[in-house]
Design a binder for this molecule. Sequence first.
Ligand code: IFM
Length: 472
Amino acid sequence: MTPRSFPADFVWGTATAAYQVEGATTADGRTPSIWDTFCARPGAIADGGSGQVACDQYHRYLDDIALMAELGVKAYRFSIAWPRIQPTADGTLNQAGLDHYSRLTDALLAHGIAPVATLYHWDLPQYLEDAGGWPARDTAARFGDYAAVVAGALGDRIDTWTTLNEPWCSAYLGYADGEHAPGRRDHPAALAAAHHLNLAHGLGVQAIRAQAGGTARTSITLNLQVLRPATDSAADQRAVAQLERIGNDIWLGPLLDGRYDERLFSDTAHVSDWSFLRDGDLAQIHQPLSLLGINYYSSSTVRQRAGAVPPTWPEAHSRPWRGAWPGCETVEFLPPTGPLTAMGWNQDPSGLTELLLSVHRRWPELELMVTENGSAFDDQVADDGSIHDRERVAYLAAHIEALGQAMAAGAPVRGYFAWSLIDNFEWACGYTKRFGLFGVDFQTQARIWKDSARWYQALVRTGQTPAADPAD
Ligand code: IFM
């Protein structure tokens, strides 16, 4: 592969999320989130693990920042754990929890690393789930209050705010499919959750601007779906379009255009009457954004099931809800084709180019950031003490080349964050999947250099992609 150069001010970073790395789940007044509760449910997590200890970053953040400084990254995307900030149902601020993120932020700045803070990466306080969770409208208002508290305290130091990480996962894996916390399988509730997450975003942006000033940089991160039709038949194209509406447009429409595509309502008419959508909501959601964060890992191929018709309301509501995609009973995902990552996901770098360009064509003024990209492989520690993760290096090289192609074609992408800085708690997969540039020995908490970290270090230092294979 020919080396590709990136602009000198391009932001190279690494990303993590609180529950995946912090551990210390009872320290300094933190109370349970939905993930603490979900992890205790037998069978919910592949290896029975939880984020109780994770990578102990709550105590080791200075060591991890030192690693980032050695990598040379310019930004760290981390998330703030809501149950550390407002641990009780009355929403009282827990100063000790806030102080942790204040120290983390200061330490990053002292190392010249820009803090990119996500307010919500899935760890809803359990008391809010007990009050109805995201399907309940009040959760959005509570998120606005939480955002105001954090922005008031850290607003002078955070480089970029991200309200939500991947609301698709919160709404659909959490409330439709049940693979993620809180583990509910209720498609009408999942649609309400999706709308209230949008509303939370809008209220969050307004709170950040009110507290941190109108120039605060605000964003949201979406895991936009790249969907390919199994054939060029009209039916398969329709399947793609329907999934794009429920997977992508349900966020992009209200966030960026202040409206839901009417076809979303007809696609899901047998699931929900959308009575949770109230006058004035879309104006609250449609707030100015400094940039859009995009997470990309893989693509999917889909088709329309021959002869399938959507169920009627009574049919749909009289049987258990299935799958992560409300209203999409007639659509089917094909098994991915290899080589797959350890997650069983395909490797399709061209999907990243297409995705960035398609968003750019629709919203030409919008700045973009790849806020996550990376891969899990079955790493082994070699006799020399390192992890020689050639497959991850190849994955990164191919996807960063794909990003470069999108930029060359005009997509205004300002940064890229490798997922993840370190191996961590991979949600329902527990510790069985490793995404880090650094390995973690979970017995000793030692951080282990992988070849991918060395490769990324060379990229960040030079602004040019190194050879994926040193022999090249
Ligand atoms: O680990 C997750 C992260 O929390 C959100 N985006 C996808 C990653 C890999 O599954």
